[in-house]
Design a protein around this ligand. Structure first.
Ligand code: SAM
Length: 142
């Protein structure tokens, strides 16, 4: 049992650091709702267990507020998996940081028809395809 513990703890960190360094990636942002305390504690515990906590910045609270300021200059990947109705508003906050080739992954995107219409309209600067069950993968074109 112990033999498995150490590699599982440090391997993700090594991979994360490698990828981050090679790609010049900034720490991912996680923006949970404040009432999700249990989830937040578990997230912190899991990141600490994987020795990944210094690679992730957690912004606690309403993403509509916490993502309003101090974003990195460029964003390579956005995962949308919060309130589906807010997908367009969250995209508004990060869109001007998406560099060409950046990906936006939206889970259960079918529940956000406005979002789907936006990313699927070529005039809005995305190449977008559905995949799996109800996931929309969109690449920023420029
Ligand atoms: C479907 S869960 C997914 C959580 C996580 N991605 C996972 O797989 O465990 C949606 C989460 O989004 C959070 N959420 C909803 N609206 C939010 C907002 N405006 N700001 C931050 N988090 C929000 C909810 O509190 C909930 O924890």
């Amino acid at each position: 049992m112990h033999q498995h513990t150490q590699p599982l703890q440090w391997r993700p960190r090594a991979v994360g650091e490698n990828v981050a360094q090679q790609a010049g990636v900034r720490p991912p942002l996680i923006a949970p709702q404040p009432e999700q305390d249990r989830r937040l504690v578990r997230t912190r515990d899991n990141l600490a267990a994987g020795d990944l906590d210094d690679l992730v910045e957690i912004r606690e609270g309403d993403a509509l507020k916490t993502l309003r300021a101090d974003l990195p200059d460029t964003i390579d990947l956005v995962l949308l998996d919060g309130a589906k109705a807010l997908y367009p508003d969250i995209l508004d906050l990060v869109e001007n940081r998406l560099k060409p080739g950046a990906f936006v992954v939206a889970d259960n995107a079918d529940y956000s028809p406005d979002y789907l219409a936006r990313v699927r309209s070529p005039a809005n600067g995305y190449l977008s395809v559905p995949f799996g069950e109800d996931v929309e993968l969109s690449m920023r074109l420029g």
